[in-house]
Design a protein around this ligand. Sequence first.
Ligand code: GLN
Length: 205
Amino acid sequence: MSTEASAPARLAAEPPLVGVLALQGDFEAHERMLGAIGVRTRQVRVPADLDGLDALVLPGGESTVMSLGVAREGLAEPLRALAAAGLPMFGTCAGMIMLDREHLGILDVVAERNAFGRQLHSFEASFELDGVPGGPVHAIFIRAPWIREHGPAVSVLASVDGHPVAVRQGLVLALSFHPELTGEDRLHRFFLSLAGLLPEPAKED
Ligand code: GLN
């Protein structure tokens, strides 16, 4: 069986509940985008906030500060347990770093911090992202990481200058850039779709 299958589509009386890690960073922009798509959101600061979630977003920001918050609140073990139990997770920028081998260890990658940032504090690029219909994705990178190494279970969905910037491992999706800042919701819909929380996007012929 492919590990890349989406979760089964979910039929429920009320919209799915997506947690957004809210220790630091641009969690409110993710909440606005998810709310506009029509899912419920909850800010996650302590382990009890994880109860009953259908998915979790780890936003961009500053991974050092986020790591301290995760340690202070005792979130690392509950997050690892939920990932092992199959909770879909979506990490963007610092959120990608939080998921890597050297932090939570949920995604079998090593993220190189501030990888693009020595040349460019921030930049924008457009590229095709595997599985996302509708043409090139416009991406904003801010002191962004790239993936330096990854294990065999990880699929690379997009690269910039030969460096992976979008990866997936089962129901975990991680991006080097900030899809919550571009005003288009295709990446959030892509995540919700692979999490089984939205209908699959229509296939292009
Ligand atoms: N460079 C930041 C870090 O190491 C991430 C930047 C971002 O999330 N925009 O955490």
